[in-house]
Ligand binder design. Structure first.
Ligand code: SF4
Ligand code: SF4
Length: 614
């Protein structure tokens, strides 16, 4: 079977000469397999006539078309199509009382569509967008599966659903007033005080929703969903903007819905550690973002996550990624650095910002070293990045440490060589009025045209398809990738600073991009400071850690850079959470609170992971 999708944002029939139609071999035989009529803005492909040769895809100068050949078996798995030549979703994850079902997969893969269908916000049309089926037909479609009873109840309005949306920053546009007013109104379960305390809402209780930060809005949105008394709870990306401690508290509250009240819960989550902790079962969404998405069969979470990392679903005969994502027991590197490799050294520093003060312990950074910054929100991680980048920008690189810069050193022999800084901020403000390509060319210069740049930056970040897009038109994930790419395009930078590079990225991109950042830092023999909340990304990225402690919003203190294991132990002891390594994939896994392993590791003082023999 064939799927043809046209992107109307890219299609410009007047500018392209409609070469998609001109060169189609089927059209040349006189059959209108792809056509555009006077009353149409864009061409339409008749999938039943199309041979899937892909000539139109290659010929289109604006990359507006996608045509894919899929196995015939999927013909009966159509769930939803928004209209002609648009994205197709195949299959749905089952929702099972007493179990939390997670959905993982790429942005644009159909996760939010699946959640909206399960929430009853979209009635599935089973692919027939012109003559949508009635509930009877929809229920028949799911005959024999858990979803048959589910949609039966949805169709009869017997199932009440609450959904925590993905884009919580839109919340102030739809509701106003103080947090207390908003949450008191929805407290259908009479648990307001418990939720207020556990989600740490006291400090913002009297604040207007309009002035809340991303993390605060997320906690309010989660509270608003949990306070309602419903049969089904759906959470779309509940951990965005939260620090690790907040993520785990949120996860515990969501688990309680199932463990104590046997509710039906579905979660879309990109933080794989949190997904592992919250869910009992997972479905993997794979396909081609923006074109089609297929929901895998359901797996128990641990096995499913390992399959996801391996990039294959043997039971469905599918390989959705060429390379597996491999974790390693990161070496305890800090003590192994040589003093000749020091690239940046900073003294004890401090900063006062209104009522908040930050004290910074001195530290050193080595060539090829990535230092992760971990700690709760409100302890000054962003302040430290700014402080260090300002401090570093005034410094000269010690002469003996410029040896790797070869030619540049001899050219600049008589001059001081300043430390070159590149910084990716936390908030992605768009003050550039151009395309992705223009921005990257401006920053990277000649390097943009090299094959190394293509293989190091353009390809791993999947930027080929958005090079001609204006920054203002990008999604959150695309913007994040562009900002990271821009930072890494400063070819002369010796020090990179990144604030939450994994925000807005799906789990796949997080792992691919963090691996890529680490490789670039090592290859270029530069160094990086990276603020990150996703434990898997921290584990993947960091050679060393700076750990923050203190009172959020009042006082923050940083440790000197310490090795990853010591730093994670220190941080996790502070938040009273233990991690172990998965025996197969070596990925970090959160231990259930008060489980035997949790108690044992706490007694041993091993909060991060105990030794695993490979
Ligand atoms: S799909 Fe491409 S070639 Fe066809 S009309 Fe649109 S822009 Fe032109
Ligand atoms: S894929 Fe081939 S047959 Fe199908 S519309 Fe394009 S050119 Fe025509």
């Amino acid at each position: 079977m064939r799927i043809a999708v046209l992107n109307p944002d890219r299609c410009k029939p007047k500018d392209s000469g409609k070469v998609c139609i001109k060169y189609c071999p089927v059209v040349r035989t006189g059959v209108d397999c792809i056509y555009i009529k006077d009353d149409m803005k864009y061409p339409h492909i008749v999938e039943s006539l199309c041979t899937g040769c892909g000539i139109c895809v290659k010929k289109c100068p604006f990359h507006a078309l996608s045509v894919v050949n899929l196995p015939e078996e999927l013909e009966t798995d159509y769930i939803h199509r928004y209209g002609k030549d648009t994205f197709v979703l195949f299959r749905l994850p089952p929702l099972i009382p007493g179990k939390i079902v997670g959905i993982i997969g790429p942005n644009g893969g159909g996760k939010s569509t699946a959640l909206k269908i399960l929430a009853g916000e979209i009635k599935p049309n089973l692919g027939d967008y012109e003559d949508s089926p009635d509930w009877e037909e929809i229920i028949r479609h799911f005959r024999g599966s858990e979803l048959q009873a589910y949609f039966q109840q949805v169709s009869e309005d017997q199932l009440s659903v609450v959904a925590k949306p993905q884009y919580i920053t839109n919340l102030p546009k739809v509701v106003g007033g103080e947090v207390s007013e908003l949450l008191e109104k929805v407290d259908e379960r009479g648990i307001l005080n418990e939720i207020k305390e556990r989600l740490n809402l006291e400090k913002i209780w009297e604040r207007d929703v309009k002035v809340l930060s991303g993390g605060e809005l997320q906690r309010v949105s989660i509270a608003a969903a949990i306070l309602r008394d419903r049969d089904v709870y759906l959470f779309d990306e509940p951990s965005s903007f939260l620090d690790v401690r907040e993520r785990l508290e949120m996860a515990k509250l969501i688990r309680k819905l199932v463990e104590q009240e046997n509710k039906i819960v579905g979660v879309v989550e990109h933080d794989l550690t949190i997904c592992d902790y919250i869910t009992d079962l997972i479905c993997i969404l794979y396909g081609l973002p923006g074109v089609y998405g297929i929901v895998s069969h359901v797996h128990n979470t641990n096995a499913g996550l390992n399959l996801y990392l391996r990039g294959e679903l043997p039971s469905e005969n599918i390989r959705f990624r060429n390379e597996p994502i491999v974790f390693d027991l990161t070496p305890e590197a800090t003590e192994g650095w040589k003093s000749s490799e020091i690239i940046f050294e900073y003294p004890e520093l401090s900063k006062d910002l209104g009522d908040f003060s930050l004290s910074v312990s001195p530290g050193k950074l080595h060539k090829g070293e990535v230092i992760g910054l971990v700690g709760r929100n409100g302890l000054g991680k962003t302040t430290l990045l700014n402080l260090l980048s300002e401090y570093a920008a005034q410094l000269d690189i010690p002469k003996e440490r410029t040896a790797d810069q070869g030619e540049k050193e001899s050219e600049d022999k008589e001059q001081e060589i300043k430390m070159q800084i590149a910084l990716k901020p936390q908030h992605l403000k768009i003050d550039y009025d151009g395309t992705v390509e223009l921005l990257l060319k401006e920053v990277a210069g000649k390097a943009f045209h090299t094959s190394l740049y293509r293989s190091e930056i353009i390809r791993p970040y999947g930027l080929e398809n958005i090079l001609d897009h204006y920054l203002k038109d990008l999604s959150g994930g695309e913007l994040q990738k562009t900002f990271i790419a821009e930072t890494l395009s400063h070819m002369d930078a010796n020090l990179i600073f990144m604030d939450e590079p994994s925000a807005f990225l799906d789990s796949e991109s997080r792992l691919v991009i963090t691996k890529n950042i680490k490789r670039i830092v090592k290859n270029r023999k530069i160094s990086a400071f990276i603020v990150e909340h996703d434990i898997l990304a921290v584990d993947f990225l960091s050679d060393s850690l700076i750990v923050f402690s203190g009172i959020p919003g009042v006082r923050g203190t940083t440790s000197a850079p310490v090795n990853l294991r010591y730093g994670m132990n220190k941080f996790l002891k502070d938040v009273q959470v233990t991690f172990r390594r998965d025996a197969k994939s070596l990925r970090p896994r959160v231990n259930k609170m008060d489980s035997e392993l949790d108690r044992k590791q706490k007694a041993m003082g091993e909060y991060y992971y105990t030794s695993i023999k490979k």
